[in-house]
Design a protein around this ligand. Structure first.
Ligand code: 5GP
Ligand code: ZN
Length: 116
C-alpha cells in the first residue's frame, strides 16, 4: 500500500508535516509547498499509485472520489465560480517530480497560459 521512500506516503502517514485541507478514507489533500497561485492544493490518493500508468480499473473509485473532493475544496476556497485548473503530470515528459499520483488544484488567479 505505501512506499517507504515516497514523500507523499510519509505525509499520508503523518511522518512528514503538511498543511492538510482534507482527509477521508481514500484521499488526502494538502497545500503545495511551492504554490503557483493563491489556491494550489494537491489531491492525493492514500494508496501508493505511482502515476497514471500505474492506475488500473480496481482504482476507478479512487479517481471518482478525487474529483468530488476537488468540488468540495473549490467551494471552501471560494473559487467555484471564478474557476480553476486541474493538472496531473505523468512521467518525465509530463514534468512529474513526485512519483505518487496526484492532482493539482490551481486557482484564485487567471491562468497566464492556455496550457501548462
Ligand atoms: P509534480 O511535479 O510531481 O506534478 O508535483 C509535485 C508537487 O509537489 C510540486 O508542485 C511541489 O511543489 C510539491 N511538493 C514537493 N514536495 C512537497 C512536500 O514535501 N510538501 C508539499 N506540501 N508539497 C510538496
Ligand atoms: Zn507514495
Amino acid at each position: 500500500m505505501e512506499n517507504v521512500d515516497c514523500i507523499f506516503c510519509k505525509i499520508i502517514k503523518g511522518d512528514l508535516p503538511s498543511d492538510k485541507v482534507h482527509e477521508d478514507d481514500t484521499i488526502i489533500a494538502f497545500r503545495d509547498i511551492n504554490p503557483v497561485a493563491p489556491t494550489h492544493i494537491l489531491i492525493v490518493p492514500k494508496k501508493h499509485i505511482t502515476d497514471n500508468n500505474d492506475f488500473y480499473p480496481e482504482d476507478e473509485e479512487i479517481a471518482g472520489r478525487m474529483f468530488s473532493v476537488v468540488r468540495e475544496l473549490a467551494k471552501k476556497e471560494g473559487i467555484t465560480e471564478s474557476g480553476y485548473r486541474l493538472i496531473m503530470n505523468t512521467g518525465k515528459d509530463g514534468g512529474q517530480e513526485v512519483p505518487h499520483m496526484h492532482l493539482h488544484l490551481i486557482g484564485g488567479q487567471k491562468m497566464q497560459h492556455k496550457i501548462g
